[in-house]
Design a protein around this ligand. Structure first.
Ligand code: SF4
Length: 445
């Protein structure tokens, strides 16, 4: 079956599975104290996520938790708040734990001035022990990046950077409110490489107004000219009921599912032609990259930052809206600044909500994550009579097999190359929460 026909058949709405259950199911029904105790009791080394919620301006497609800010002093107040948050954790019993991975996400981490980046790093060093093989990554916006900021990130030990490029055509950039000529992207990678930060990811987005085969060919050419080792090709998630600014894109018309898949398959061809491997969903990487190696040795992992290595670490997140993960809980901080700071000032860790996973949740999560990360399921890996318990999902997978998306075998099943495009649809067969009509998701293709 042609990909266009497969899209018609399988196009649906569903989660991106950066967690299971998804954040839509976090609530206050498990007490903050219980969720915090789970973080304190999980004595693994940490992967620390720090959320920087400020952006200099708003991109109309944005689905992140961020707010426009023009006063850089706000970031100093925010670093003070992060210090209070870490102080509360220390008082609650969190020792100076080893950290194998740090990620600054946003918003825009390079909203911070060089002095603020130094302050944030001093905070990390006060509360945590960085390991020798630390992976330290940061999301960057080339439009507001300077050499001095990159040097400050390098001083902190950053060794990987993700540059938000999205699309390099003028027409699309004007429509989405993000003017970013290629010269800015080239300058950003030059600053990074000059400072010794050589592991570079590029983020692109498809599904934006005015994108077509020709314009996207140029975007891909520009992205490859930056010589990244990883490339993420995000499917624009149009969710105007959650992100009101996205509504303004509708007047330009948004590419339909067929056009989007056309753009994606075009990108696949171009990137594979340039030596990249398709990891699945939205990620590509060069063969020597850690993500490809992790896929091969079975340690590839998925969390709120997307695909990741270091799945053996407990995710400890600080800052507004950030989400932490232990073996059987997710815990999210307050999403609005007044509630976040009020909690800190009153001496409470700013936990807003979360979930304690049942044994059933943990089982389904491991199946979904194996599918998303390893592209295969082996029945013997799970503590249940898989064929019996998931008989209805396996029946539906026979249809996927007929269409060339999965290969069923006596011991399990695997996703085919074409099936990687429909990975979310296959994972959804094992999701017990999808029947809830009150929850809305973005399109899977
Ligand atoms: S896309 Fe990035 S820079 Fe643009 S508003 Fe969202 S978080 Fe900020």
């Amino acid at each position: 079956m042609e990909i266009a026909e497969l899209v018609k058949k399988y196009e649906s709405r569903g989660p991106r599975y950066t967690s299971y259950p998804t954040a839509l199911y976090f609530s206050d029904s498990t007490s903050a104290k219980e969720l915090e105790k789970a973080a304190l009791d999980d004595d693994r080394d940490l992967s620390v996520y720090i959320h920087i919620p400020f952006c200099a301006s708003l991109c109309r497609f944005c689905g992140c938790s961020s707010s426009v800010c023009t006063d850089s002093r706000k970031a100093d107040e925010y670093i003070d708040a992060l210090r209070l948050e870490l102080g509360l954790w220390k008082a609650a019993g969190l020792g100076k734990r080893k950290v194998g991975q740090i990620h600054f996400g946003g918003g825009t981490p390079n909203f911070l001035t060089p002095e603020q980046i130094d302050r944030l790093n001093a905070l990390i060093e006060e509360f945590f022990d960085k390991t020798e093989d630390l992976e330290f990554s940061v999301e960057l916006d080339p439009r507001t990046l300077t050499k001095a900021k990159v040097e400050a990130f390098a001083r902190a030990g950053v060794n990987r950077a993700s540059l938000g490029v999205q699309d390099t055509s003028d027409k699309t950039q004007k429509a989405v409110g993000r003017i970013q000529p290629q010269s800015m992207n080239l300058a950003a990678v030059e600053y990074l490489r000059d400072s010794g930060i050589s592991k570079i990811n590029i983020d692109l987005m498809y599904g934006l107004p005015f994108q077509n085969e020709d314009s996207f060919a140029k975007t891909l050419e520009d992205a490859l000219a930056l010589a990244p080792s990883r490339l993420a090709l995000f499917n624009y998630a149009h969710v105007p009921w959650m992100k009101a600014a996205q509504k303004s894109l509708e007047k330009y018309g948004l590419p339909d599912a067929q056009t989007k898949v056309g753009l994606f398959t075009q990108a696949m061809k171009t990137l594979e032609g340039a030596g990249f491997e398709y990891l699945g969903l939205d990620h590509f990487a060069l063969p020597g990259d850690e993500l490809v190696l992790a896929r091969k040795n079975g340690s590839l992992h998925r969390n709120f930052q997307g695909y990741s290595t270091r799945g053996e670490l407990a995710l400890f997140a600080i800052g507004l809206t950030s989400i932490s993960q232990t073996a059987d809980t997710y815990r999210q901080n307050h999403k609005d600044m007044p509630s976040y700071t009020k909690s800190l000032v009153e001496g409470r860790i700013p936990t807003a909500r979360g979930i304690k996973l049942s044994a059933e949740d943990i089982l389904r999560r491991s199946i979904i994550m194996d599918l998303m990360c390893l592209l295969r399921v082996r029945y013997a890996d799970y503590p249940c009579d898989f064929k019996d318990k998931f008989a209805s999902a396996l029946e539906k997978l026979k249809e996927f097999q007929k269409d060339g998306l999965v290969l069923l075998n006596p011991d399990g099943f695997e996703i085919t190359k074409t099936g990687r495009i429909f990975l979310r649809d296959a994972a959804m067969l094992f999701d017990a929460y999808l029947s809830d009509p009150t929850k809305r998701y973005s399109k899977t293709v």
